[in-house]
Design a binder for this molecule. Structure first.
Ligand code: BES
Ligand code: MN
Ligand code: MN
Length: 480
């Protein structure tokens, strides 16, 4: 078990109110990356984060990109100590539908021990736990036990396009070195996921990948009277529904040809481990407000979320949507949809299969456009690394209980590139809860989870140093 220098624990305790009020400052900035109308706010959020790092005495750099800025910071180098790269994001999802928020999305409010605001848990609150723990170390102890680098971006919720370019070397000139040198580290740490449940902290060892699409069908050159023309002019909304219906059967199995070809079967061990987690189907249904769960036959709810690929329509539009009725054959119709992918599925292969299916399914009389958006592979991380052991220690110290091991259905697009380009694994240490309403109205983050996250993070830096020390000692023993 790790212990913190008493001054660090004290500092964290004393600064509780300051941490909360500074989180509120960041939450007041509506940094929606998906909507160009908010790009100045994304920029303001980047400046806030950069100023915070500078205030801590870290070497800080804001990379200007073709889209949203990326903030980098690093602590003074300690030779021989391990290096951890902390990744997070300061952008958020759109707040709509606004009328469903009990308190306004960008006016953070504490109710029943929870901070309500867009971005509270995803990811401003979780990300800041690592910033504040680092600040506590530096301010009260003068130095960190390890080397820390921060990579905080403003475009995660839109597929991390600029960061992918940074990772491929596109911004090396601004960095003043290669991205591999800049981000060189032993392991990546991300808090941008959830615990298994209240009082059940977790380490997430797998994420699904994702690929996004937008399909538009174009019919008549403008909306037409459905009495005069209906029946003789094909309706793009009707047709789009038939096209989209061809993607999935009634039971949730995806019908894109070849979709499951590279999906690996779930191991019996994993299946059994997941079965032993305390999960209630009834509570799950109640939490999301459904009468029955749904999905591929032969899989449990957890298995469906964590280990099976999907196709979901995220939004569909076309025709008249105002008050009352309007009898028309609409000019066009479109659907935004995403596939969640599991490790070993190739996003490019899936994109091609989707293109093929759309081509076959869209009736000849329509012109159509299929936009392929951002893509990322699914990942699993090894469970037997010393980093995992350090993380488990830190979580136990911060949350009072050892973590369970889980996978998650969400995606953090850049994680697979940390492995591919930097050769390092990622520790996914989620401090949130599944009912935090991420991407939904009334997003929240428990004040207590925020504080525990800061404590766990402070312990993590110490645990990383301790475990590196341990593995060096055992390595030298092996040699003798
Ligand atoms: N923090 C989430 C990812 C996440 C959610 C991980 C739940 C684990 C559990 C992240 O901000 C997110 O929402 N990612 C998007 C990525 C997409 C827009 C490219 C997602 O998963 O939809
Ligand atoms: Mn997130
Ligand atoms: Mn998100």
């Amino acid at each position: 078990m790790t212990t913190l220098p008493p001054s660090v624990s004290e500092a964290i305790h004393k600064q509780r109110d300051s941490y909360l009020s500074r989180l509120f400052e960041l939450l007041r900035i509506p940094s929606v990356s998906a909507d160009p109308g908010f790009s100045q706010d994304v920029y303001r959020a980047a400046k806030w984060v950069a100023a915070t790092f500078e205030g801590m005495g870290l070497k800080t750099q804001t990379v200007k990109t073709a889209t949203h800025p990326i903030v980098l910071a690093e602590s003074p180098h300690i030779a021989g100590a391990p290096t951890v790269l902390v990744y997070g994001h300061f952008d958020v999802q759109p707040a709509d539908p606004l009328e469903e928020w009990i308190s306004p999305p960008y006016d953070p409010t504490v109710r029943d021990g929870n901070i309500y605001a867009r971005g509270a848990t995803d990811d401003k609150g979780q990300m800041l736990t690592h910033v504040f723990s680092t600040e506590a170390w530096l301010k009260s102890h003068g130095k960190l036990p390890i080397n820390l680098k921060f990579l905080i971006e403003g475009e995660e919720e839109s597929g991390s396009v600029a960061l992918a370019q940074l990772m491929s070397g596109a911004y090396n000139e601004q960095l003043g070195c290669t991205v591999e040198e800049k981000l060189a580290c032993d392991v990546v740490v991300i808090s941008d996921s959830s615990q298994f449940g209240p009082g059940i902290p977790a380490i997430t060892y797998g994420l699904r990948g994702i690929i996004s699409f937008e399909l538009t069908l174009f019919g008549p050159k403008q909306d037409l009277h459905s009495g005069t023309f209906g029946g003789a002019v094909a309706n793009p909304v009707n047709a789009l529904m038939r096209v989209m219906a061809a993607f999935q059967d009634d039971y949730g199995k995806v019908l894109i040809p070849g979709f499951y070809d590279d999906v690996e079967a779930l191991s019996e061990t994993e299946r059994q481990q997941w079965q032993s987690l305390p999960f209630s189907e009834d509570e799950f249904m109640q939490q999301v407000g459904i009468r029955a769960t749904f999905g591929e036959p032969g899989y449990s709810t957890i298995e469906r979320c964590w280990s099976r690929p999907t196709m979901d329509i995220n939004g569909i539009t076309g025709g008249y949507q105002g008050e009352g009725g309007k009898t028309i054959v609409p000019a066009k119709a479109s659907a935004k949809f995403t596939c969640r992918l599991v490790p070993n599925q190739d996003p490019v292969k899936i994109a091609n299969a989707v293109k093929q299916l759309v081509q076959v399914r869209v009736p000849q009389m329509f012109t159509y456009k299929l936009k392929v958006g951002h893509a990322a592979s699914g990942i699993v991380v090894p469970l037997d690394s010393p980093h995992m052991a350090a993380a488990a220690d830190a979580i136990t110290a911060g949350f009072g209980k050892p973590p369970v091991l889980i996978r998650s259905g969400g995606s953090i697009p850049i994680v697979s590139q940390f492995k591919d380009r930097l050769g390092v694994d990622t520790l996914l240490l989620g401090w949130g809860q599944n009912d935090d309403n991420t991407h939904s109205p009334n997003e929240k983050f428990s004040v207590e989870d925020f504080q525990r996250g800061i404590v766990a993070s402070a312990h993590l830096w110490q645990a990383m140093a301790d475990h590196a020390q341990l593995s060096r000692t055992s390595a030298s023993k092996d040699l003798s």
